[in-house]
Design a protein around this ligand. Structure first.
Ligand code: NAI
Ligand code: MG
Length: 333
């Protein structure tokens, strides 16, 4: 029995969360859920986008499922605060093409491992006489930690190669440290191939030969940009899941936001949230369950009959989820 913090959030967040939890009912693994609040609705009621109680609940449970929140300019971002509080130093985003979807390629399967705590997103900016300066913080410790995660992930998932992406020709000191850390850590994994590219070349290779990548490890900003490029390669926001992982906690969320334009209509695509639940199963080392759930999702997408409007179908969120649940259950009989 796992204890899971569930943060539905705003807009379509609660809709896709309800769908994912319904699918998980068909699992052989048992879950106990603790619902917690975050986001704009929460702000209206409590005056904060992320109450301390939500953070302490998430710290205590085995993992957290996060729907999506509406961020209002000027308000503190609940999800960023939560990532920091839980020390989730890895942002993991699988980029996979699924049959039956509008992927630009049909054989893409790689994962981006993005450093989540430093780089250009350290939040250190200063005014200068004629503008401002942003500090790009790179430490040996965080570089080694993220590279170690990437190689361990490659080993666990039987991926053959890890690619480091950097710009060490220009950012000689900071990305020099990152690149060195990559090769130092990688030498502990003799069975895994290593290569490194400058970020500009990597951005091109992602669209010319994305099939060549297995695991990409990179610093914060480059990872942010390349992951959205990855999402574009394989057909859209409704499908893309992500994990935020640290030493003690894991938080799993779709990449999309609260989609106010379709909220309340019951037509949000639940796939990204369900794939996020799938990543949670992997994190909990319930690999067999994760593969079955992934297979159920893949089959529903491939058949393309009971899918939401963004995928070309006419099913509602819950109709699609029920179909995934039915297939998942059949695999679990
Ligand atoms: P969005 O991802 O919510 O929506 C972008 C477009 O994709 C919309 O047309 C929407 O209808 C569509 N879309 C998104 N998810 C979908 C799904 N599951 N099924 C079908 N269509 C889907 O991004 P947008 O519009 O820029 O932001 C809306 C709100 O969400 C903002 O307040 C933003 O700050 C917030 N946001 C929150 C995130 C989070 O909670 N992690 C991430 C991104 C945005
Ligand atoms: Mg982004």
């Amino acid at each position: 029995m796992y204890k899971i913090t569930v943060i539905p959030g705003d807009g379509i967040g609660p809709e896709v969360m309800k769908a994912a939890l319904a699918v998980l009912e068909a699992s052989n693994v048992e879950f106990e859920y603790v619902t917690a609040r975050a986001g704009n609705e929460c702000f209206k009621r409590t005056g904060t986008t992320i109450p301390d109680e939500t953070i302490s609940t998430a710290k205590k449970t085995d993992a957290t499922l996060f729907g999506a929140v509406t961020t209002v300019p000027g308000q503190k971002s609940g999800i960023i605060t939560l990532r920091r509080a839980l020390e989730l130093y890895v942002n993991l985003r699988p980029v996979k093409s699924y049959e039956g979807t509008q992927s630009l390629f049909d054989d893409v399967n790689f994962v981006i491992v993005r450093e989540n705590t430093e780089g250009l997103y350290s939040g250190i900016e200063e005014d200068t006489e004629d503008g401002a300066t942003a500090l790009r913080v790179i430490t040996r410790n965080a570089s080694e930690r993220i590279c170690r995660f990437a190689f361990e992930y490659a080993r666990k998932t039987s991926k053959k190669k890890v690619t480091a992406v950097h710009k060490a020709n220009v950012l000689k000191k900071t990305d020099g440290i990152f690149k060195e850390a990559f090769y130092r850590v990688g030498s502990d994994y003799p069975e895994i191939k290593m290569e490194d590219f400058y970020v500009d070349a990597a951005a091109m290779y992602l669209v010319t030969r994305p099939q060549d990548f297995d695991v990409i490890v990179t610093t914060n900003l480059f990872g942010d940009i390349l992951s959205d490029e990855g999402a574009g390669l394989v057909g859209g926001l409704g499908l893309i899941a992500s994990a935020n992982v640290g030493e003690k906690n894991g938080l799993f969320e779709p990449v999309h936001g609260s989609a106010p334009d379709i909220a309340g209509k019951g037509i949000a695509n639940p796939s990204a949230m369900i794939f996020s639940a799938c990543m949670m199963l992997d994190y909990l080392e319930e690999y067999e369950e994760a593969r079955k759930l992934e297979k159920a999702m893949k089959d529903v997408l491939k058949e393309g009959k009971i899918v939401t409007p963004d995928l070309g179908g006419s099913a509602s969120t819950m109709e699609m989820a029920d179909e995934v649940k039915r297939k998942f259950k059949a695999l679990n009989m």
